[in-house]
Design a protein around this ligand. Structure first.
Ligand SMILES: [Zn+2]
Length: 85
């Protein structure tokens, strides 16, 4: 097992050791997946955030950015401030 940070909500999520695990017995203990877009960019998203992407077409980098803008980070560091407007 390993963990990786979701590129949208910034939560640390558990992932299986490899793609073989992902599609087999470890699927239920995996909480996110790497999304490879048609333009070659890659994002790691937890399943909650994957569900927020459009399902009727291939998601794009813009979709990921939009989703990130709509999602409050799950963790906030000491340098986190609210920005109004
Ligand atoms: Zn997420």
């Amino acid at each position: 097992m390993a963990s990786e940070r979701c590129d949208v909500c910034e939560r640390s999520v558990r992932i299986a050791g490899g793609i073989g695990d992902l599609w087999n017995f470890a699927f239920e203990s995996t909480q996110g997946m790497t999304l490879e877009l048609t333009d070659g960019s890659e994002f790691f998203l937890c399943f909650d955030c994957v569900e927020g992407l459009p399902s009727d077409r291939e998601p794009t980098e813009t979709d990921v950015a939009d989703l990130r803008a709509r999602t409050d980070p799950a963790e906030s560091g000491s340098d986190h401030f609210w920005h109004w407007g």
